[in-house]
Design a protein around this ligand. Structure first.
Ligand code: GN1
Ligand code: MG
Length: 354
């Protein structure tokens, strides 16, 4: 048992603790009590999130807003305060812990089993963004500064290349060239944000399909989870990261690149769900959705590659070449997006007319 759980009020005595292995950053445990109630306990990685209090402040502000405006429908999970009334438990050894109640009868998918599943995933993220479209985004703290600032990601990438801290540059010269050759296009959305052409929204910023829960029976979207990166951002980035992860025909770390393609049917399902659930999107925000997919795929690929060059300091890995394999799969997906660019844009045009 993780002792941190005893610092929270639980219904019954915690008797079972199982680790859930899916994220790359935090540690997550499913706790069951002797009365059969389940909780999710999470250890927050403070190398990645040095400002846990910023996360928890954001959560409180957003929860309060949703309680007031949402009329019953729940679109995100709520954390439970510690017995001492704090939003998280600090174990004094650099660990920050927090819990929420496990959502009963929920399903967390690693990949869509049908276009309908992916449509629902889009509804979950779209609804979340729409529910918060009236919340003043500038009131949120940046839990990771410059998280989706693509220009800054390029700066960090160049630094990793220049340092070559792990001595791996020679293995990935081709990948490095791939990233650098696409800088102009990959930074377009960031510049549009800077110049005020795109509105800054409250966004989730980590929209993998496993961050939205579906109802086990109806398979309808229940709520979004993993709220650590909720902060000001672009709608296209939430759209884009979901496509990168969920509309790929293979896993994010598929070693066989022949298997990695963009599934246009899944892509369409997500476009439809996102537009249905988030009517606050402006015309221009809708126009740039495909570019959001392009940008997020490049950004995550570049982050995997930078981490590989830095010696795997950020993402947890299962084997030494993991980050290299991950970045290659992202770049293959990006190439497939380039090859199907016209179709990606056409699908957005078709779906918005409905
Ligand atoms: C990380 O830990 P996880 O799986 O929720 C990362 C995301 C990446 C993702 C790639 C805080 O998310 O930005 O897109 O890995 N989260 C953070 O799978 O860096
Ligand atoms: Mg996450």
């Amino acid at each position: 048992m993780k002792e941190a759980i005893f610092h929270f009020p639980t219904d019954g005595r915690p008797v079972k603790c199982e680790q859930i292995k899916s994220g790359h950053i935090n540690e997550t445990y499913l706790i069951t009590t002797d009365t059969g109630v389940r909780y999710i306990l999470q250890w927050v990685n403070q190398y990645v999130f040095p400002r846990v209090s910023a996360i928890m402040n954001n959560m409180s502000a957003i929860s309060a807003y949703l309680r007031e405006h949402e009329q019953g429908s729940m679109s995100m999970i709520r954390y439970i305060d510690t017995l001492e009334g704090e939003s998280y438990y600090d174990d004094g050894r650099g660990g920050a812990w927090r819990i929420y109640r496990y959502v009963p009868n929920s399903l967390c998918l690693q990949r869509p089993e049908s276009p309908e599943d992916f449509y629902e995933c889009a509804v979950g993220f779209g609804r979340f963004q729409y529910a918060l479209s009236g919340f003043p985004a500038e009131r949120l703290e940046e839990t990771i500064v410059n998280f989706h600032n693509t220009e800054d990601r390029y700066r960090q990438f160049r630094e990793a290349v220049a340092n070559d801290a792990a001595g791996r540059l020679r293995e990935v010269e081709e990948e490095v060239r791939f990233v650098l050759a696409r800088e102009e296009r990959a930074c377009t959305l960031h510049r549009m944000r800077e110049s005020g052409q795109l509105p800054v929204r409250v966004t989730h910023n980590d929209t993998k399909i496993n961050n939205v829960l579906l109802d086990k029976d109806t398979r309808k979207a229940l709520c979004v989870i993993d709220l650590d990166t909720v902060m000001p951002g672009l709608a296209a980035f939430d759209f884009g990261d979901a496509i990168r992860f969920g509309a790929s025909t293979a896993a994010e770390d598929e070693p066989d690149l022949e298997k990695v393609r963009l599934d246009l049917e899944l892509y369409r399902a997500f476009v439809r769900g996102f537009l249905d659930a988030c009517p606050s999107l402006t015309e221009r925000e809708i126009d740039v959705l495909p570019l959001g997919a392009y940008t997020m795929t490049m950004e995550v690929g570049m982050r995997f590659l930078a981490d590989y060059l830095n010696g795997d300091k950020y993402f947890s890995i299962d084997y030494p070449e993991h980050n290299k394999i991950r970045c290659r799969a992202q770049f293959r997906l990006l190439r497939d997006m380039e090859a199907h660019w016209e179709e990606m844009c056409a699908i957005v045009r078709e779906e918005r007319k409905k």
